[in-house]
Design a protein around this ligand. Structure first.
Ligand code: SF4
Ligand code: F3S
Length: 106
């Protein structure tokens, strides 16, 4: 399965949503997650993300391993997002910033 990592937080560009053939993205206030039960490993979303936030579960950076559980947990409570929308207002200032997990809004 594919996993959204903390690079998405406070950016939420949503380009990923438009290419997903199975609509498995779920939306929170400042982060998206992938429903691991729905993702078919097509890989299309990876190249679309301007924040390079999406990785295969098998290929996650060591400091992002907790995102597997986070995507699984939040995908059960957040609603589907199926169309791209405007990114968060300060997205371009937050792209590339490290340690954003503390800013996650649930
Ligand atoms: Fe959707 Fe494919 Fe990305 Fe999985 S890998 S979230 S199926 S676009
Ligand atoms: Fe987030 Fe990248 Fe999608 S910033 S909303 S994972 S395009």
């Amino acid at each position: 399965t594919y996993v959204v990592t903390e690079s998405c937080i406070k950016c939420k560009y949503t380009d990923c949503v438009d290419v997903c053939p199975v609509d498995c993205f779920r939306e929170g206030p400042n982060f998206l997650v992938i429903d691991p039960d729905e993702c078919i490993d097509c890989t299309l979303c990876v190249a679309e993300c301007p924040a390079e936030a999406i990785f295969s579960e098998d290929d996650l950076p060591a400091d992002q391993k907790q995102c597997v559980a986070l995507n699984a947990e939040l995908s059960k409570v957040w609603k589907p997002i199926v169309e791209r929308k405007d990114p968060l207002p300060d997205a371009d200032e937050w792209v590339g910033v490290k340690d954003k997990l503390k800013y996650l809004e649930r």
